[in-house]
Design a protein around this ligand. Structure first.
Ligand code: PPS
Length: 301
């Protein structure tokens, strides 16, 4: 696969959101919808599904190293993670679409990223019984991370100030829709679809090695203790922040002067953002929205 020349990507004004099948979306994720909907999954595909900012890049890189380790560790010659793991629904001018990139992936298995809520995932993934790894992150930290991402990413809607963004998050009007429905929808899916591993960002921060092991056993991978230790070391926040494969520093529409892609990587950073009043409002809405699901989160570890 050739290296992607993102400098040719045409930059446009920040997009508006609109309702798409009941979900707030921008055209970047709906322009190629017919191809997304009809995407042909394969039985050995691994779909990495997340709400935005829940740890997609982290788990993508872990899986990349587990399956294609030696290649990926040779940083000099390796492609960035967003090419190694295509973003299925993405459609940015001047760049191949996510479906084209996935169709052209030479690897087996193919690692494919999506932020789609479960009801919008192309049906061939279910028909092929492809494996899915879902990563969820507590709503408060997820919101904070998403706010900083929207500030620095010029192909995301303008977030306004923190309070404006938070109100939008509470209403579920961010790109890819309500966090609540996303995490609980995928949690429900897990009850009937056994090829789905549901992971938590907080668990990964608490004990990355344990979660790497969990991934291996769920995917039936027999890796040695040494290999797992090497991978665990290679996917620490500071290492990934320095690594050009994972730090997204080559993407022209991200302004790292505003905020880096690899920002803090912590559980509990929400405490530096929420006022007491915002926290109370958040907890109240949360209780309502999450009353019918059993999925539980930790906002500190
Ligand atoms: S995206 O744009 O949706 O694909 O973003 P995503 O990769 O899902 O999430 C980005 C956040 O994950 C943090 N991250 C990590 N945290 C801890 N350890 C490691 N290794 C790691 N890699 C990525 C990243 O810093 C973003 O979170 P915040 O809170 O903004 O720092």
């Amino acid at each position: 696969m050739e290296n992607l020349d993102l400098s040719s990507m045409k930059l446009v004004d920040r997009p508006e959101t609109f309702d798409f099948e009941g979900i707030s979306m921008t055209h970047y994720f709906t322009d190629n919808w017919e191809k997304v909907k009809n995407f042909q999954a394969r039985p050995d595909d691994i779909l990495i599904a997340t709400y935005p900012k829940a740890g997609t890049t982290w788990v993508s890189y872990i899986l990349d190293l587990l399956y294609f380790g030696n290649d990926a560790l040779e940083c000099e010659t390796s492609l960035p993670i967003y090419m190694r793991v295509p973003f299925l629904e993405s459609c940015f001018q001047g760049s191949p679409t996510g479906t084209e990139m996935a169709d052209n992936l030479p690897t087996s298995p193919r690692l494919i990223k999506t932020h789609l809520p479960v009801q919008l995932v192309p049906k061939s993934f279910w028909e092929q019984n492809s494996r899915v790894v879902y990563v969820a992150r507590n709503a408060k930290d997820n919101a904070v991370s998403y706010f900083h991402f929207d500030r620095m990413n010029m192909v995301q809607p303008e977030p306004g100030d923190w309070n404006k963004f938070l109100q939008k998050f509470l209403k579920g009007k961010n790109v890819f829709g309500p966090w609540y429905d996303h995490v609980s929808g995928w949690w429900e899916k897990k009850q009937t679809y056994s090829n789905l591993l549901y992971m938590f960002y907080e668990d990964m921060v608490e004990d990355t090695g344990r979660e790497v092991e969990r991934l291996c056993s769920s995917l039936g991978l027999s890796t040695s203790v040494e290999e797992r230790e090497k991978i665990t070391k290679g996917v620490q926040f500071d290492t990934m922040k320095q690594n050009q494969i994972t730090n997204h520093s080559t993407i022209p529409f991200m302004d790292f002067k505003i905020s880096p892609f690899m920002r803090k990587g912590k559980v509990g950073d929400w405490k530096n953002h929420f006022t007491m009043a915002q926290n109370e409002q958040f907890d109240e809405v949360y209780k309502q929205k999450m009353k019918n699901t059993t999925v539980m989160f930790r906002t500190e570890i």
